[in-house]
Write a protein that binds this ligand. Structure first.
Ligand code: ADP
Length: 209
């Protein structure tokens, strides 16, 4: 669904792939010309969503069921979409998301083995059918990502290489299923090269000038 005048760009990939680094660089680049681009991160971004984030990423909670995790993630996303993303887009601002709904498909679908098609429906419900104009999947080997991350990860990051491998494989499957929307970028490249590739792709798709 396209409700908007602004553009909606999301970034995905396993923990440590370099998403946050690229998101910040892109927001800065887009705001260099016109100051009309905002950054949101998942889970979080509204008071309700940040409260949910605390539950999801809290180091001392280890017994969240897979379904609870999926519902909390999408609950956080629904509030973020309703309260922030849709109003900004309607207002003509661009929104860049550090994770959006492919994360649920990759982590809860691929990682936790919940039914992917059902999660896709849940996502549509949570996002009021809003989809990013383009999604950059920064693809990297889990071993390389793990080297980049500090030893003290949050609850999800500590789950290890095995989970990250399942998540990465699912992301790559999604990039085939949703090939019109998802652009795969090699995350092993340098920070500057990746940024340039992203800018090139956004120009090619006429999302930026
Ligand atoms: P994510 O948000 O995907 O978890 P970050 O952007 O926080 O990843 O990056 C994780 C770490 O890897 C950071 O220390 C960052 O500086 C570093 N990093 C990011 N991109 C690259 C890259 N292309 N090559 C080498 N190191 C990188």
């Amino acid at each position: 669904m396209s409700i908007s005048k602004g553009k909606f760009i999301s970034f995905e990939g396993i923990d440590g792939c370099g998403k946050s680094t690229q998101v910040k660089m892109l927001v800065n680049a887009m705001n260099n010309t016109e100051r009309n681009t905002i950054l949101v991160r998942e889970p979080g971004g509204t008071i309700i969503s940040e409260e949910i984030r605390q539950i999801l990423l809290h180091r001392h909670i280890s017994n969240i069921s897979d379904r609870t995790e999926a519902l909390l993630m999408t609950g956080s996303r629904a509030q973020l979409t309703y309260e922030v993303i849709m109003p900004k887009l309607i207002n003509g601002q661009n929104v860049i998301a550090d994770r959006f709904y492919d994360s649920t498909l990759a982590y809860q679908g691929g990682g936790r083995k919940l039914d992917l098609d059902w999660l896709i429906k849940l996502n549509h419900f949570a996002t009021y059918d809003l989809e990013p104009d383009v999604t950059f999947l920064i693809d990297i080997l889990p071993e390389e990502a793990s080297k980049r991350k500090s030893k003290e990860g949050d609850r999800i990051e500590r789950a290890g290489i095995e989970l990250q491998t399942l998540v990465r494989d699912t992301y790559l499957e999604l990039s085939i299923r949703f090939k019109e929307r998802i652009v795969v970028i090699d995350g092993h490249d340098t920070i500057e090269n990746i940024h340039s590739l992203i800018i090139e792709e956004l120009k090619r798709k006429q999302i930026i000038q």
